[in-house]
Design a protein around this ligand. Structure first.
Ligand code: MN
Length: 259
Protein backbone atom coordinates (compact mmCIF):
# COMPACT_ATOMS: atom_id res chain seq x y z
CA UNK A 1 0.00 0.00 0.00
CA UNK A 2 2.70 2.48 1.06
CA UNK A 3 4.78 1.40 -1.90
CA UNK A 4 1.84 2.15 -4.18
CA UNK A 5 1.38 5.64 -2.72
CA UNK A 6 5.10 6.30 -3.02
CA UNK A 7 5.01 5.20 -6.64
CA UNK A 8 2.07 7.48 -7.46
CA UNK A 9 3.75 10.38 -5.65
CA UNK A 10 6.96 9.73 -7.57
CA UNK A 11 5.12 9.55 -10.89
CA UNK A 12 3.28 12.76 -10.09
CA UNK A 13 6.55 14.46 -9.19
CA UNK A 14 7.99 13.52 -12.59
CA UNK A 15 4.87 14.83 -14.36
CA UNK A 16 5.05 18.01 -12.32
CA UNK A 17 8.76 18.47 -13.08
CA UNK A 18 8.16 17.87 -16.77
CA UNK A 19 5.37 20.39 -16.78
CA UNK A 20 7.47 22.98 -14.97
CA UNK A 21 10.35 22.39 -17.34
CA UNK A 22 7.98 22.75 -20.27
CA UNK A 23 6.72 26.07 -18.89
CA UNK A 24 10.29 27.24 -18.24
CA UNK A 25 11.44 26.24 -21.73
CA UNK A 26 8.31 27.77 -23.32
CA UNK A 27 9.04 31.04 -21.56
CA UNK A 28 12.67 30.97 -22.72
CA UNK A 29 11.57 30.34 -26.29
CA UNK A 30 9.16 33.25 -26.16
CA UNK A 31 6.10 31.02 -26.10
CA UNK A 32 4.86 32.84 -23.04
CA UNK A 33 1.44 33.51 -24.50
CA UNK A 34 0.78 29.77 -24.76
CA UNK A 35 2.24 29.03 -21.36
CA UNK A 36 0.08 31.71 -19.73
CA UNK A 37 -3.09 30.89 -21.68
CA UNK A 38 -4.39 28.91 -18.74
CA UNK A 39 -4.51 25.65 -20.69
CA UNK A 40 -1.06 24.67 -19.46
CA UNK A 41 -1.79 25.52 -15.85
CA UNK A 42 -3.36 23.28 -13.29
CA UNK A 43 -4.72 23.85 -9.86
CA UNK A 44 -1.50 23.07 -8.02
CA UNK A 45 0.16 26.11 -9.50
CA UNK A 46 -1.88 29.16 -8.63
CA UNK A 47 -4.02 30.08 -5.68
CA UNK A 48 -7.42 31.64 -6.25
CA UNK A 49 -9.49 34.06 -4.19
CA UNK A 50 -7.22 33.52 -1.19
CA UNK A 51 -9.41 34.02 1.88
CA UNK A 52 -8.78 37.18 3.86
CA UNK A 53 -6.34 37.13 6.77
CA UNK A 54 -6.04 40.21 8.99
CA UNK A 55 -2.74 38.98 10.36
CA UNK A 56 -1.21 35.61 9.43
CA UNK A 57 -3.39 32.84 10.83
CA UNK A 58 -6.34 35.07 11.73
CA UNK A 59 -9.15 35.03 9.20
CA UNK A 60 -11.83 37.65 8.48
CA UNK A 61 -15.11 37.76 6.66
CA UNK A 62 -14.27 39.13 3.18
CA UNK A 63 -16.12 42.27 2.02
CA UNK A 64 -19.06 41.61 -0.29
CA UNK A 65 -18.68 43.42 -3.63
CA UNK A 66 -22.43 44.12 -3.76
CA UNK A 67 -25.48 44.87 -1.60
CA UNK A 68 -27.61 42.09 -0.09
CA UNK A 69 -30.42 42.86 -2.56
CA UNK A 70 -28.16 42.94 -5.64
CA UNK A 71 -29.18 39.46 -6.75
CA UNK A 72 -32.95 39.90 -6.33
CA UNK A 73 -35.28 38.37 -7.31
CA UNK A 74 -33.15 35.26 -7.92
CA UNK A 75 -31.45 35.24 -4.52
CA UNK A 76 -33.37 37.28 -1.95
CA UNK A 77 -31.79 39.92 0.29
CA UNK A 78 -32.73 38.23 3.56
CA UNK A 79 -31.09 34.96 2.53
CA UNK A 80 -27.96 36.81 1.41
CA UNK A 81 -27.77 38.71 4.70
CA UNK A 82 -28.14 35.64 6.91
CA UNK A 83 -25.95 33.46 4.71
CA UNK A 84 -23.12 36.00 4.66
CA UNK A 85 -23.29 37.69 8.06
CA UNK A 86 -24.29 34.66 10.15
CA UNK A 87 -23.35 31.40 8.41
CA UNK A 88 -20.13 32.55 6.81
CA UNK A 89 -19.11 34.49 9.93
CA UNK A 90 -19.51 31.30 11.98
CA UNK A 91 -17.16 29.37 9.67
CA UNK A 92 -14.59 32.17 10.05
CA UNK A 93 -14.92 32.22 13.86
CA UNK A 94 -14.63 28.46 14.19
CA UNK A 95 -11.64 28.31 11.84
CA UNK A 96 -9.90 30.92 14.02
CA UNK A 97 -10.78 28.93 17.17
CA UNK A 98 -9.26 25.79 15.63
CA UNK A 99 -6.04 27.64 14.77
CA UNK A 100 -5.77 28.86 18.38
CA UNK A 101 -5.64 25.18 19.38
CA UNK A 102 -2.89 24.42 16.87
CA UNK A 103 -0.94 27.70 16.44
CA UNK A 104 1.76 26.02 14.33
CA UNK A 105 -0.80 25.96 11.49
CA UNK A 106 -1.14 29.75 11.54
CA UNK A 107 1.98 29.94 9.40
CA UNK A 108 0.29 27.93 6.69
CA UNK A 109 -2.05 29.39 4.04
CA UNK A 110 -5.53 27.89 3.82
CA UNK A 111 -5.12 26.40 0.30
CA UNK A 112 -2.20 24.09 1.20
CA UNK A 113 -4.00 23.11 4.42
CA UNK A 114 -7.02 21.95 2.42
CA UNK A 115 -4.84 20.21 -0.16
CA UNK A 116 -3.23 18.16 2.63
CA UNK A 117 -6.21 17.78 4.94
CA UNK A 118 -5.39 14.09 5.53
CA UNK A 119 -2.06 15.04 7.12
CA UNK A 120 -3.31 17.78 9.47
CA UNK A 121 -3.14 17.12 13.23
CA UNK A 122 -6.13 15.05 14.27
CA UNK A 123 -7.04 17.55 17.01
CA UNK A 124 -8.10 20.16 14.41
CA UNK A 125 -8.57 18.15 11.21
CA UNK A 126 -12.38 18.01 11.33
CA UNK A 127 -12.70 21.67 12.36
CA UNK A 128 -10.50 22.81 9.48
CA UNK A 129 -12.26 20.45 7.08
CA UNK A 130 -15.65 21.92 8.02
CA UNK A 131 -14.94 25.54 8.92
CA UNK A 132 -11.70 26.27 7.04
CA UNK A 133 -13.16 24.84 3.89
CA UNK A 134 -16.51 26.49 4.68
CA UNK A 135 -14.69 29.82 4.75
CA UNK A 136 -12.86 29.07 1.50
CA UNK A 137 -16.03 27.94 -0.29
CA UNK A 138 -18.13 30.94 0.72
CA UNK A 139 -15.33 33.42 -0.11
CA UNK A 140 -15.22 31.83 -3.56
CA UNK A 141 -19.02 31.68 -3.90
CA UNK A 142 -19.70 35.41 -3.28
CA UNK A 143 -17.37 36.36 -6.13
CA UNK A 144 -19.06 33.75 -8.27
CA UNK A 145 -22.37 35.69 -8.20
CA UNK A 146 -23.37 38.64 -10.41
CA UNK A 147 -26.44 39.39 -12.50
CA UNK A 148 -26.36 39.90 -16.24
CA UNK A 149 -23.15 38.23 -17.44
CA UNK A 150 -22.73 35.70 -20.25
CA UNK A 151 -20.02 33.22 -21.17
CA UNK A 152 -17.41 34.68 -23.53
CA UNK A 153 -16.56 32.99 -26.84
CA UNK A 154 -13.48 31.47 -25.20
CA UNK A 155 -15.55 30.07 -22.32
CA UNK A 156 -18.21 28.79 -24.76
CA UNK A 157 -15.44 26.92 -26.58
CA UNK A 158 -14.46 25.15 -23.36
CA UNK A 159 -18.11 24.31 -22.58
CA UNK A 160 -18.72 22.91 -26.07
CA UNK A 161 -15.52 20.86 -25.99
CA UNK A 162 -16.44 19.44 -22.60
CA UNK A 163 -20.25 19.07 -22.73
CA UNK A 164 -21.26 19.52 -26.38
CA UNK A 165 -23.44 22.58 -25.80
CA UNK A 166 -24.33 25.17 -23.16
CA UNK A 167 -27.79 23.63 -22.80
CA UNK A 168 -26.35 20.20 -22.14
CA UNK A 169 -23.82 21.64 -19.67
CA UNK A 170 -26.65 23.39 -17.79
CA UNK A 171 -28.76 20.22 -17.76
CA UNK A 172 -25.86 18.17 -16.36
CA UNK A 173 -25.12 20.83 -13.73
CA UNK A 174 -28.79 20.97 -12.66
CA UNK A 175 -28.91 17.18 -12.47
CA UNK A 176 -25.85 17.18 -10.20
CA UNK A 177 -27.34 19.94 -8.01
CA UNK A 178 -30.73 18.35 -7.53
CA UNK A 179 -29.30 14.83 -7.28
CA UNK A 180 -26.86 15.56 -4.46
CA UNK A 181 -28.27 14.04 -1.28
CA UNK A 182 -28.13 16.27 1.80
CA UNK A 183 -25.92 19.35 2.12
CA UNK A 184 -23.04 20.09 -0.21
CA UNK A 185 -21.73 21.93 -3.24
CA UNK A 186 -21.82 21.60 -7.00
CA UNK A 187 -18.53 22.47 -8.72
CA UNK A 188 -17.16 23.00 -12.16
CA UNK A 189 -13.44 22.26 -12.12
CA UNK A 190 -10.66 22.89 -14.63
CA UNK A 191 -9.56 19.52 -15.88
CA UNK A 192 -6.41 20.47 -17.84
CA UNK A 193 -8.27 22.83 -20.16
CA UNK A 194 -11.64 21.10 -20.21
CA UNK A 195 -14.26 21.39 -17.49
CA UNK A 196 -15.86 18.73 -15.31
CA UNK A 197 -18.95 18.98 -13.11
CA UNK A 198 -18.58 17.38 -9.69
CA UNK A 199 -20.14 17.56 -6.23
CA UNK A 200 -18.79 17.47 -2.69
CA UNK A 201 -20.60 16.66 0.56
CA UNK A 202 -20.89 19.16 3.44
CA UNK A 203 -18.18 21.84 3.15
CA UNK A 204 -15.60 19.72 1.30
CA UNK A 205 -14.17 21.09 -1.94
CA UNK A 206 -12.19 19.82 -4.95
CA UNK A 207 -8.88 21.22 -3.68
CA UNK A 208 -8.91 18.62 -0.90
CA UNK A 209 -6.81 15.49 -1.06
CA UNK A 210 -9.91 13.58 0.05
CA UNK A 211 -12.12 14.86 -2.81
CA UNK A 212 -13.41 12.25 -5.23
CA UNK A 213 -12.49 14.51 -8.17
CA UNK A 214 -9.71 17.01 -7.56
CA UNK A 215 -9.14 20.16 -9.57
CA UNK A 216 -9.13 23.92 -9.59
CA UNK A 217 -12.63 25.34 -9.03
CA UNK A 218 -14.09 27.47 -11.83
CA UNK A 219 -17.73 27.68 -10.69
CA UNK A 220 -19.41 26.78 -7.38
CA UNK A 221 -22.99 26.52 -6.18
CA UNK A 222 -23.89 26.15 -2.52
CA UNK A 223 -26.82 23.72 -2.28
CA UNK A 224 -27.16 23.70 1.51
CA UNK A 225 -30.75 24.46 2.53
CA UNK A 226 -29.57 27.66 4.24
CA UNK A 227 -28.76 28.99 0.73
CA UNK A 228 -32.33 28.79 -0.55
CA UNK A 229 -34.88 27.66 2.07
CA UNK A 230 -36.40 31.09 2.88
CA UNK A 231 -37.33 31.66 -0.76
CA UNK A 232 -37.73 28.18 -2.23
CA UNK A 233 -38.37 25.97 0.83
CA UNK A 234 -37.95 22.38 -0.33
CA UNK A 235 -37.73 23.20 -4.05
CA UNK A 236 -33.99 23.02 -4.59
CA UNK A 237 -34.47 22.56 -8.36
CA UNK A 238 -35.94 26.10 -8.65
CA UNK A 239 -32.94 27.55 -6.82
CA UNK A 240 -30.51 25.66 -9.06
CA UNK A 241 -32.34 26.91 -12.21
CA UNK A 242 -32.19 30.51 -10.90
CA UNK A 243 -28.42 30.17 -10.61
CA UNK A 244 -28.05 30.81 -14.37
CA UNK A 245 -29.39 34.35 -13.82
CA UNK A 246 -26.78 35.17 -11.16
CA UNK A 247 -23.73 33.17 -12.21
CA UNK A 248 -20.78 35.53 -12.72
CA UNK A 249 -19.33 34.28 -16.01
CA UNK A 250 -16.62 36.98 -15.92
CA UNK A 251 -15.26 35.51 -12.68
CA UNK A 252 -15.63 31.96 -14.02
CA UNK A 253 -13.45 32.95 -16.97
CA UNK A 254 -10.81 34.41 -14.62
CA UNK A 255 -10.87 31.22 -12.57
CA UNK A 256 -10.47 29.14 -15.74
CA UNK A 257 -7.81 31.13 -17.58
CA UNK A 258 -6.26 33.29 -14.85
CA UNK A 259 -6.07 37.09 -14.94
MN1 MN B 1 -23.58 28.27 2.67
Amino acid sequence: MNYCIALIAFKYKIMENNRRNFLRISALLGLGSFASSGIAKNFMEDELSAPVQAVPGVYELPKLDYAYDALEPFIDAKTMEIHYSKHHQTYVNKLNEALEKEPSLKKMQLDPMLKSIKSLPESVRTAIRNHGCGHWNHSFFWKNLKKGTNPSARMMGVIQNSYGSLDNFKAEFEKAGTGLFGSGWVWVINNFGTITITTTPNQDNPLMDIAEKQGKPVIALDVWEHAYYLKHQNKRADYVKNFWSVLNWEQAEKNMFGG
